[in-house]
Design a protein around this ligand. Sequence first.
Ligand code: NAG
Ligand code: NAG
Ligand code: NAG
Length: 428
Amino acid sequence: MKIGKVGFLVLTVLLLNWSLSSAWFGDKQRKKSIIPAETTSSWVLNRAGAAGSSIVFPVHGNVYPIGSYNVTLNMGQPPRPYFLDVDTGSDLTWLQCDAPCSHCSETPHPLYRPSNDLVACRDPLCASLQPSDDYRCDHPEQCDYEIEYADHYSTLGVLVRDIFLLNFTNGNQLKVRMALGCGYDQIFPASSYHPLDGILGLGRGKSSLISQLSSQGLVRNVVGHCLSVHGGGYIFFGDLHDYSRVTWTPMSPYYSKYSPEVAELIVGGRATGVGNLVTIFDTGSSYTYFNSKAYQALVSWLEKELSGKPLKEAPEDRNLDRCWRGRKPFKSVRDVRKYFKPVALNFPSGGRAKAQFEIPPEAYLIISNKGNVCLGILNGSEVGMEDLNLIGDISMQDKVMVYDNEKQLIGWAPANCDRIPRSRDVSF
Ligand SMILES: *[C@@H]1O[C@H](CO)[C@@H](O)[C@H](O)[C@H]1NC(C)=O
Ligand SMILES: *[C@@H]1O[C@H](CO)[C@@H](O)[C@H](O)[C@H]1NC(C)=O
Ligand SMILES: *[C@@H]1O[C@H](CO)[C@@H](O)[C@H](O)[C@H]1NC(C)=O
């Protein structure tokens, strides 16, 4: 499992800037007409009694050394399991697909064979995946799409509808028909290889599973996750928790991602004067990325904080940009916690008080395989993210994160993510 400096699988911010990838749409060479596999078309949709319920999936993975989090979904007819990378930074759920496949990576399971239930080109779900409203339909009966992720991963595919087998917390098991992508031509950057079958898009767009589940009346349009600092955790669809201890901030109307209004950076309890930070909560990224100004403020503060402490810079450790070595190799972030203070982002809360997103040392440091402590907040300018800031998995650990698309709020609360809730009314 390779983890480079940019050790994330999907980092989806380039979707904000579709002009960059629109050239791909003119590339007819890669597009093709899909001949669906023979499938039985019998399916059951039994939604009785499910509204108001929720769905919980255990998550497998960690920030380091695995570098991704995945859930197992059962899809198709008959349903088969697939490992999907959890991505709040993109909308569409898709599988590497035998359409047949032009470029697929090695997958843990046999490639998905698409159903013959194609989504039409003019379907609103298809429109939501296109770079502009006046997109072309060379094959009106099918929906071609292309998604390019910020780490230059890209996928070309067609939209189909198929069965998802879902366990609801009220005990119902339902076969729900939803749209998913059949990705038959992928471009992978070598540094981001993970053996996964596809991506689970949890974003705000129409094609996202949570939007589709809620438009069928199955759950409220709320999605969330709880990633444990020990690895693993869970994601959920619908209302799972008692939200009394959750801190809320409004979603920005200007972005299509889970992005609050602008934040200011706090280090060690002090304001840095670095404000106007546009941030995106993105589980598709293992690490957190700050823009140049915020990164500079963070690094200068850390250098001051660490002077006189028994930690020496370890430039020979190539795991991440900045690592420090101690007298003895460290085993866990607990060993170095005393040298580091929390970082925080202050968001507007709607009221006078700020909604503070605290990032304790456990949520911005990792211990490398060499026993050094490394900074898990990286310089976004170095990877071309310009002014954006991405809050990655590392900084959302041991918090329940809630994206309430009905109220347009993003919330968080400290939580023990090792305990997977089995039913509603779990409080923190
Ligand atoms: C995905 O999850 C499964 C267990 O659910 C695990 O066996 C597998 O190693 C995971 N894959 C990655 C790349 O983490
Ligand atoms: C769903 O429930 C069934 C029956 O209770 C169980 O066998 C199965 O493992 C569950 N699937 C998931 C993904 O939790
Ligand atoms: C962050 O990256 C930019 C672009 O490569 C560079 O100019 C800047 O010096 C870096 N900041 C720090 C603190 O390393």
